[in-house]
Design a protein around this ligand. Structure first.
Ligand code: KIV
Ligand code: NA
Length: 265
């Protein structure tokens, strides 16, 4: 393994060249992302984009560990971060430490990510004090969809102060970076200016210290819905559809396999 980027190096990139982050869930995709990204996130978005679940709430620790192990095998240079799934950390610092330590030991990741600001600050401080680097996640919290009532833009009007307080709380608690998800552009810009750790935006602002996207979204592989904050850098679902259709047609016409695909005596 080449020397990987460390959480401390990510922290030191505050205000510098933008940090490039993407999710990955499998070894071959991790190998490709690792050539270009600073941070690879094994996101619990895998519940929706890989496993067909309706939200991230059904994702288990076992699923995160299995995909974390797969991604670890394809990740050499990037910092590997694994999401803590719903129910694995919210009870308190001890539960969070026990499960995060298991994720780190069994996947070889260098950091974990968990959702929450002020409410998770004590847990983030507990983990970082005991050797577990934490990437925080504030703004839209997909694991709280049932409380919030949808995947809405966060931090409009008076709510901005709450999101800012969340970002400040995770900074104070020792997080080495923070994902800002679906917060208004001026608020993401303001948070980036006011806190001392890198902000990684998704549906946030180009002023953030870095950006992250769900790989399957930006590749045009996940078609169930299309968040307006995603730019599609490819249309792979269409390419896969055309390939499968071509194969099906050739099998039915006995045009595949051809002479070069079969073995002489
Ligand atoms: O699960 C995920 O993919 C994430 C990113 C969207 C930040 O948390
Ligand atoms: Na996530």
């Amino acid at each position: 393994r080449k020397r990987a980027i460390s959480p401390a190096e990510v922290l030191a990139r505050k205000g510098g060249e933008p940090l490039v982050s993407l999710t990955a869930y499998t070894t071959p995709m991790a190998r490709i992302v690792d050539r270009h990204a600073d941070i690879i996130l094994v996101g619990d978005s895998l519940g929706m984009v890989v496993h067909g679940l309706p939200s991230t709430l059904g994702v288990t620790l076992e699923m995160m560990i299995l995909h974390g192990q797969a991604v670890r095998r394809g990740c050499e240079r990037a910092l590997l971060v694994v999401d803590m799934p719903f129910g694995s950390y919210e009870e308190g610092p001890e539960q969070a430490f026990r499960n995060a330590a298991r994720v780190m030991a069994e996947t070889g990741c260098a950091a974990v990510k968990l959702e929450g600001g002020v409410s998770m600050a004590e847990t983030i401080a507990f983990l970082t004090a005991r050797g577990i680097p934490v990437q925080a996640h504030v703004g839209l919290l997909p694991q709280a969809v049932n409380v919030v009532g949808g995947y809405k833009v966060q931090g409009r009007g008076a709510a901005a102060e709450r999101v800012l307080a969340d970002a400040k709380a995770v900074t104070e608690a020792g997080a080495f970076s923070v994902v800002l998800e679906k917060v208004t552009e001026p608020l993401a810009r303001r948070i980036t200016e006011e806190i001392a750790i890198p902000t990684i935006g998704i549906g946030a602002s180009p002023a953030c210290d870095g950006q992250v996207l769900v790989l399957d979204d930006m590749l045009g592989l996940f078609e169930d819905f299309r968040p307006s904050f995603v730019r599609r850098y490819a249309e792979l679902a269409g390419a896969v559809d055309a390939a499968v259709a071509g194969y099906a047609a050739e099998v039915r016409a006995r045009a595949f396999p051809a002479a070069e695909h079969v073995f002489p005596d």
